[in-house]
Design a protein around this ligand. Sequence first.
Ligand code: MN
Ligand code: ZN
Length: 509
Amino acid sequence: MSDRLDISFVTLATDPEAAAVVFAGEGVELGSKARDFDSKSAGAISKAAAAADYKGKLKSTLEILAPAKIGIDRLIVAGTGKGSTLSELQLIELGGAVVAAIQARKGSTASIIVDIDGTEDLKPEDIAATIAQGAYLRHYNFKKYQTKKSADDAASEKDGLKKLVFHVAHPDKAKAAFQPLKAVANGVNLARELVNEPPNILGPVELAEKTKTLEKLGVSVEILDVKDMEKLGMGSLLCVGQGSVRPSRMAIMVWNGAKGSKKQKPICFVGKGVIFDTGGISIKPAAGMEDMKGDMGGAAAVVGVMHALAERKANVNAVGLIGCVENMPSGSAVRPGDIVTSMSGQTIEIINTDAEGRLVLADVLWYAQEKFKPKLVINLATLTGAIMIALGKEFAGMFANDDKLAEELAAASRVTGEKVWRMPLDKAFDKAMDSRFADMKNAGGRWGGSCTAAAFLQRFIKDTPWCHLDVAGTAMDGAKTDFNTSWGSGWGVRLLDRFVADHHEKNEK
Ligand code: MN
Ligand code: ZN
């Protein structure tokens, strides 16, 4: 992973670094520390704001170079906008915007002075920690394979931002508040990194092996190889990888964090991990095929959320399961017309070898329910291009057989800003998956492609509350945000972490 940003917390009285950020509300309303700077520097802030017509609008910044008499080379004023309460998401965005302003020039350290008043819900230390999380997320980049940098880039890399010092009223409290937020950000950055890695480096075996990095956090990891999966009868998952020279794997990550009852039924997170999807014999067109390295975005999010839960020692039992395969055309590849038998015993006629993700999920979902008897299952998959036709790249499609589960996810989505939109499960879509020759076929035709895909998955769900998130539009190449400039977005990690924290953790302490 790229170098992590070192974040620390000190008192407001500590001397700031050569570059420092202060916040200003609408109308350039300054906090106590910023007012102090302003008066000591004979009104540097108020004069610059007036000259630049700066108003302190949310996330807008004003840079003042070499202000007199306060021992700072660069003073950046960052707007917090109107009113006194910012949402958690706005604070994360603010942290990202602040890092972008700092990174506009070279310099390896900066101070961020957080003298924003707290509210009943959000204490000053929470505000500082949440801004820090946004900063940490924004700092992530993926430049490890770019060896020939321009002179400017080389300078910014060498002299780039490495350390942020937050000046706060209660450093110990802020540091404690940041710890779980940093854990979640590490999970997001891990998911981003896995999606960004090229498919020659990150094959099915390598993706599965990456889960072992979670062992140091107390997660137990088991990896099943092709023989193991043959024994389990996973003919659906295995047919996808049979055309590749790289063997398939399934990785299982178990986090038993529930305090008191180790027997508490786990939540299962299941991810599609197609490390590269050529389409197989039903090969895809050439244009844009390189993006299919991101076809493991669902699996990456599952690894990321398991990392987040374990690092912040979440009070929950959770299991992450990812099916890792490569979909290639070759003499041994699965063909249209082939009939395979899934672990559930149900047979599947292959119509289109590019509808492979559902074949992987069918067996992993079945295994998850058989082995762990979970209280609920959520799967994430870059499953259909059709979901982008329906919802664009802002929303993930949410299919759920349980209204309570869907509402809990929607509530978490409203907090984190990772948007979901509920889509229909329906008998008509299920009917479209009937096959002439087998129990079902793997492709339901042109119309409602995301809905028929979901109907296929539902045939592998017993009476477990279940949700399928189609993240084809959101896992990669989404709109850049204040706290994400990465191609691989890590979408879903914050959503699922919040879902656990708000609905499956605190209530059951
Ligand atoms: Mn495909
Ligand atoms: Zn795919």
